[in-house]
Design a protein around this ligand. Structure first.
Ligand code: AMP
Ligand code: GLY
Length: 426
């Protein structure tokens, strides 16, 4: 089969690396891709947010049998619906199901209606009413712009002054654009053992009839060591989550995963694809922080390398609604991804800086913001590369990843030195 993966980042490179292992894959394509995807797939220089252009390309390439839509924006736009209408088989939710990520107000109402555990919240469109509510509730309090804001539309406010300023930024100054037309004001959840609360990402394959969790992962969202600095798309991940247990898995499956799949069915919004549960362990049990309608980035980089089952088999089983018939198997052990970013990220940074990759020490180098210019590998984004290492334990994997990370050079390279070091139990 010939498979097209839509997206440009580390997640897409990781999906392509997993698909490349499939015996049934003949040729891979990536729209638009990066310098890493170009090594294993044909990069297609088409803007995937331009539905007409994507359709024109797909019509002109009938040899493409299957399409994976990976990023949130084209899913929210309804690209899967458009491609299916052309008779193409796809992996990814339709527009009416992708709303579970695209609107935080929608997902909050869904959880309320179906009794899925999450932080208490109220939705506002009126600034004065929102301000009155914030003052009444007091800090700490969490403000969330409703729409997609590149993971940056969430403010965890520790005091009232911060909350009042944040409210003004989102609702009046429109820092996150139209994503801030509707705002959610949430109770600040507390972790069972750690402050801020301990978080885990659980991704699941879902075909609307069956939902199968993957192995767990933890993300490091802040730019600097010790969870300091600005929120980013993710500076590194590790798998498995140290505080995860069989009991938690059962609790999450019964109280969160299955009820979410059933709720989406009941709403006439059957979810088919990868459903991502951002969860927090609190003193009142596991709660949902957020849903994503797609694979996480950089979670995918530490999850898919551990998959033993053919990824294309799983994708097709989801499309054909026979996920319950296949067995999904994982390697034991651990996996760590250390992100190498451009200095300055998530704010301004330079591009076009030459990258030198030395001894990779047996790690997989997953490309995110890279390009080839005049025959040379250069930086082209905020998150440049992910160094992915496997080991018997997280500690073993992280040592290996950092050794290889030290052998990769570009000007202003920025990385956290504490990926994999959190939530250590015992
Ligand atoms: P989100 O984009 O909704 O995942 O939020 C980004 C981050 O903000 C999460 O990963 C949490 O660390 C934090 N956060 C979001 N909602 C809450 C909440 N209700 N209580 C405490 N922290 C939260
Ligand atoms: N790593 C978080 C996300 O993909 O949203």
């Amino acid at each position: 089969m010939n498979v097209l993966v839509i997206g440009n980042g580390g997640r897409e490179h990781a999906i392509l690396l997993a698909l490349k292992k499939s015996k049934r894959v003949e040729k891979l394509y990536c729209m638009k891709g990066n310098a890493g995807t170009a090594q294993i797939a044909e990069n297609v220089n088409v803007d995937y947010m331009n539905v007409g252009a994507v359709k024109a390309y797909v019509s002109a390439h009938p040899e493409i049998d299957y399409i994976v839509v990976a990023p949130d924006d084209p899913l929210a736009l309804g690209l899967v619906d458009e491609l299916e209408a052309m008779g193409k088989r796809c992996f990814g939710p339709r527009k009416n199901a992708a709303v579970i990520e695209a609107s935080k107000a929608f997902s909050k109402n869904l959880m309320k209606k179906y009794g899925i555990p999450t932080a208490e919240a109220e939705t506002f469109t009126d600034y004065d009413k929102a301000l009155e509510y914030v003052r009444r509730k007091g800090a700490p309090i969490v403000l969330k712009a409703d729409g997609l804001a590149l993971g940056k539309g969430v403010l965890v406010c520790n005091d009232l002054k911060q909350a009042e300023e944040g409210l003004k930024e989102i609702m009046l100054d429109k820092t996150f654009g139209s994503a801030g037309n509707v705002i959610l004001i949430e109770e600040c959840m507390r972790g069972l053992k750690y402050t801020p609360g301990e978080e885990v990402s659980v991704l699941a394959f879902c075909d609307g009839k069956t939902i199968v969790p993957m192995i767990t992962a933890c993300d490091h969202k802040r730019a600097n060591d010790g969870d300091k600095g600005l929120n980013t798309g993710g500076m590194g991940t590790f798998s498995p989550c140290p505080f995860w247990t069989k009991e938690l898995e059962t609790e999450v499956y019964e109280k969160i995963m299955l009820p979410t799949m059933n709720a989406m069915n009941a709403e006439g919004r059957t979810f088919k694809g990868c459903l991502y549960f951002g969860l927090m362990r609190t003193d009142k049990g596991m709660k949902v922080v957020e849903y994503n309608s797609r694979f996480g980035d950089p979670e995918t980089q530490v999850i898919l390398p551990m998959l033993k089952t053919d990824l294309l088999d799983i994708f097709e089983a989801v499309t054909d609604e026979r996920l319950g018939d296949i067995k999904i198997e994982w390697e034991t052990g651990a996996c760590v991804c250390v992100v190498l970013a451009s200095g300055g990220y998530p704010l301004g940074y330079r591009k076009g800086l030459e990258i030198e990759i030395g001894d990779t020490c047996g790690c997989e180098i997953v490309h995110a913001g890279t390009a080839v210019k005049d025959g040379k590998l250069v930086t082209s984004g905020g998150r440049v590369l992910g160094v992915v290492a496997k080991g018997k334990t997280v500690e073993e994997a992280r040592k290996k990843a950092y050794k290889a990370a030290g052998n990769i050079k570009f000007e202003n390279k920025h990385l956290r030195t504490d990926i994999g070091v959190k939530y250590r139990e015992g």
